[in-house]
Design a protein around this ligand. Structure first.
Ligand SMILES: [Fe+2]
Length: 356
């Protein structure tokens, strides 16, 4: 099918001439006024518009303005036809968005050549746009798949670690949910809201499963010991924080989003720090402890108390755990985060399916 050119000119002899010159290679739609042209465009989309500037009622510039209002014509090139070859008109032609202009009376070869080049360029542009869209679609799908694989690897790694010292295996998923609940509620109450962007909260949620990844380097003899740890064993156990940060850096440091990696490292390294500075591994105090780790500390302790471990019975109901957390307010835990988390008692009971 030949490409369609809409020629708009009030001078019918020009329309006839355009038909004669261009009709051999293209299908011509002729309009003898701006209004007729716009009527035609209601139901048709030509490949190119040749538009006379000087016409009664609506001039070419006004017609172009109307055409540009309609999104579906955004890629249809417009060439102005003009008998005025003054620089001002030429400048205005390009300023309004026309791709070119042709002086009247037409020189047949010039008209044909301008039309041909414009249509060729339009085909290149459309192909290029299509290629970019296609490549973007492929890259987006690939990126999504890589990110899914990474998440699966992270979850798998975290679950593997959990099954070594936790019989239930629910710790990973539960702590993810708790940190998200805490962070979202803090943000809703405008607490630490300068740090808690949507991205930050999502990164904390996704990084939570890795908080104990360093335990992979702790021996079973310590990790699964039913009784109390000796001081030496406890000191070895504390190192899971430092190992955690190292492992995260080695495994995902170069491939994941740096903001996510930083949060995952901070959570692993500092989730056993205490608000009063008596925690480990560094003894950071108060707001010197990264916010993500302060949030993780509460979620981690809550879940450790709630779940059964090889060395302890679970504490129930949730109310009793909340009391224990409140006792740590301002000593072990960030006081504001403690207030927020303990106020979520009902939501957590609902989540855990606890009836009382
Ligand atoms: Fe830990």
């Amino acid at each position: 099918m030949n490409q369609v050119i809409l020629v708009v000119d009030d001078d019918t002899s020009n329309l006839a001439l355009a038909q004669k010159i261009l009709g051999k290679e293209y299908r011509i739609a002729a309009a003898n006024s701006g209004k007729v042209a716009l009527k035609y465009l209601e139901n048709n989309c030509p490949d190119l518009i040749l538009l006379d500037i000087n016409m009664p009622e609506m001039d070419g510039f006004q017609v172009l303005e109307e055409v540009q209002r309609m999104e579906r014509f955004s890629h249809v090139p417009v060439i102005f036809l003009t008998a005025d070859n003054d620089p001002e008109t030429e400048t205005r032609c390009f300023a309004t968005g026309a791709v070119d202009f042709v002086a009247k009376p037409f020189i047949p070869d010039v008209l044909m050549s301008r039309v041909k080049k414009t249509l060729e360029l339009e085909i290149y542009r459309a192909n290029l746009e299509h290629m970019v869209e296609e490549q973007t679609r492929i890259i987006t799908a690939r990126t999504r798949r890589i990110s899914q694989i990474q998440e699966q690897v992270i979850m798998g790694m975290a679950t593997l670690i959990e099954t070594r010292d936790n019989s239930t295996g629910k710790h990973v998923k539960n702590t993810m949910t708790y940190v998200k609940m805490i962070a979202s509620e803090l943000k809703a109450r405008n607490i630490y809201s300068d740090i808690l962007t949507e991205d930050y909260i999502m990164n904390v949620y996704k990084a939570a499963p890795l908080h104990d990844v360093g335990k992979i380097k702790i021996s079973d003899a310590i990790l699964r010991k039913p009784g109390r740890l000796t001081e030496e064993e406890y000191n070895a156990m504390k190192l899971h924080t430092v190992y955690g940060r190292e492992i995260i850096n080695e495994i995902i440091g170069g491939v994941e989003d740096p903001a996510y990696v930083k949060i995952a490292e901070d959570i692993a390294m500092y989730h056993h720090e205490r608000w009063d500075g008596t925690g480990y591994p560094i003894g950071l105090k108060g707001e010197d402890i990264p916010l993500c780790a302060r949030i993780m500390a509460l979620a981690d302790v809550f879940d450790a108390l709630y779940e059964e471990r090889c060395y302890k019975e679970p504490i129930r109901p949730v109310y009793k755990i909340m009391q224990t957390l409140k006792e740590g307010r301002g000593t072990q835990f960030d006081p504001l985060i403690t207030d927020v988390f303990t106020s979520l008692e009902q939501e957590i009971k609902d989540l855990l399916g606890e009836l009382l």
